[in-house]
Design a protein around this ligand. Structure first.
Ligand code: S3P
Length: 427
């Protein structure tokens, strides 16, 4: 699908931010292996979290869904059944990585496949630790989906220091560890999102700059009745749009502000963005707030290595703010961006160049020559079927000086099905 985005005269109004994808995947998986019945509200209609639900149904978990309400009758740690057919994770790396850890640990033979984009993403980072745990996984070219959990094997607990900061890898190993007689220990030096340890209530110790997380058979898996908070990663598009558009005043409602997710807000604030946070509250265990963002005069910035995992999904749209800040900004230490739904460094650099931005590409990031008050030149570009690239391009279109064409715009539905509707409502 091709979308034409025209410059917005103003950006004004209120948006209810769609539910958090990362929390939803975990709620679906963890509720399934608890012994309780979980009632989850505000469950996302987005494709990725729906993939997690349908995989769990294929594994014999009784799940009913009515609008945004989901009831999951947990089957317990040992109750998952061998699926009758291949588990389709769609575009969702989180589904594939977390579910592989869970099923390998539980000893459920299964095959997990993904769409074209997911089939090109390396799974080596989970295959290696799972094999160290004695689990038998095979993959195309020993790295790419489809992944096969071949036969049930007992879990050998490991001590695993994460070689890349990745919440998906961390979660995969911890989920497999839940089936080991003695604890698996995961060590994290650079913090990544902490939903897994929080939602499972795992034992966590902080020693110096290292975080140690433990999982084992002895740990009870809690039910996951909750309301899913709004996705900060979806709010990010509006935070940037509001800050760079010349006539903007946006209110964003119900946004999750878990500190392991909100580095973008700190980065934008240090660039001078006029963002206000109000009505801070808790939804279940997660902190939530409302935001307002107004037209801002942005200064350039450089991203620290330790900020990268916390802002990893927001870095594409951050480049739009950088392009509109008066001076040179840089994102480095972010080679992980090349391993997402597409190579996001290449995709962003292509679109920004097409929109008249001077940009230098590095293996691990980008350097961007910003111009305060910039209007993007009308461009034609493709999302490369990546939801975050599609929405980043849309923000650029709103802040351009002519009609912009975005190909493969439907990708937005992977995390934010109402994105285009919300865009129309505020522009
Ligand atoms: C996610 C973790 C991140 C992020 C992804 C969702 C999660 O990936 O990019 O969109 O829910 O755990 P990595 O942990 O692999 O960086």
């Amino acid at each position: 699908m091709k979308k034409t985005v025209s410059p917005a005269r103003k950006l004004n109004g209120e948006i209810t931010i769609p539910p958090d994808k990362s929390i939803a995947h975990r709620a679906a998986l963890f509720a399934s292996i608890s012994d309780e019945v979980s009632h989850i509200s505000n469950y996302p209609a987005a494709q990725d979290p729906q993939s997690s639900l349908s995989c769990m149904q294929q594994l014999g978990v009784p799940i009913t869904q009515e609008n945004d309400r989901v009831e999951i009758k947990g089957v317990g740690r040992k109750g998952l059944q061998k699926p009758a057919s291949v588990l389709d994770c769609g575009n969702s790396g989180t589904t594939m990585r977390l579910l592989t850890g869970l099923l390998a640990g539980a000893g459920v033979p299964a095959t997990l496949q993904g769409d074209d984009s997911l089939s090109r993403r390396t799974m080596k980072r989970i295959i290696e630790p799972l094999r160290k745990m004695g689990l038998s996984i095979s993959a195309r070219e020993d790295a790419y989906p489809p992944l096969r959990i071949e036969k049930p094997m007992p879990v050998q607990p490991i001590r695993f220091e994460l070689p890349v900061a990745s919440a998906q890898v961390k979660s995969c190993v911890l989920l497999a560890g839940l089936f080991g007689e003695s604890p698996t220990e995961v060590i994290e030096r650079i913090p990544s999102r902490d939903h897994t340890e929080k939602m499972l209530g795992l034992e966590v110790k902080q020693r110096g700059d290292k975080k140690f997380i433990y999982s084992s058979l002895g740990h009870d898996i809690p039910g996951q009745s909750m309301r899913i908070p709004g996705d900060f990663s979806s709010a990010a598009f509006w935070l940037v749009a509001g800050a760079v558009h010349p006539e903007a005043d946006l209110q964003l409602k119900g946004v999750g502000i878990n500190p392991s997710r909100t580095a973008l807000m700190d980065i934008l604030k240090r660039m001078g963005a006029r963002i206000e946070v109000s009505n801070e509250r808790y939804e279940g265990k997660e902190p939530v707030a409302d935001f307002s963002v107004k037209t801002s005069d942005l200064q350039p910035t450089e991203i620290h290595a330790w900020e990268v995992p916390n802002a990893i999904d927001e870095l594409p749209v951050l480049t739009v703010a950088m392009a509109c800040a008066g001076g040179t900004s840089a994102i480095r230490h972010a080679s992980e961006l090349r391993h997402k739904e597409t190579d996001r460094i290449a995709a962003i650099s292509e679109i920004l160049k097409a929109a008249g931005v001077e940009i230098q590409e590095f293996e691990d990031g980008l350097e961007i020559s910003g111009e305060s008050g910039r209007r993007f030149k009308p461009f034609e570009g493709t999302s490369r079927d990546d939801h975050r690239i599609a929405m980043t391009a849309a923000v650029m279109g709103l802040c351009s000086n002519g009609d912009c064409t975005i190909h493969e715009a439907e990708a937005a539905a992977v995390s934010y099905p109402d994105f285009w509707k919300d865009m129309e409502s505020v522009s």
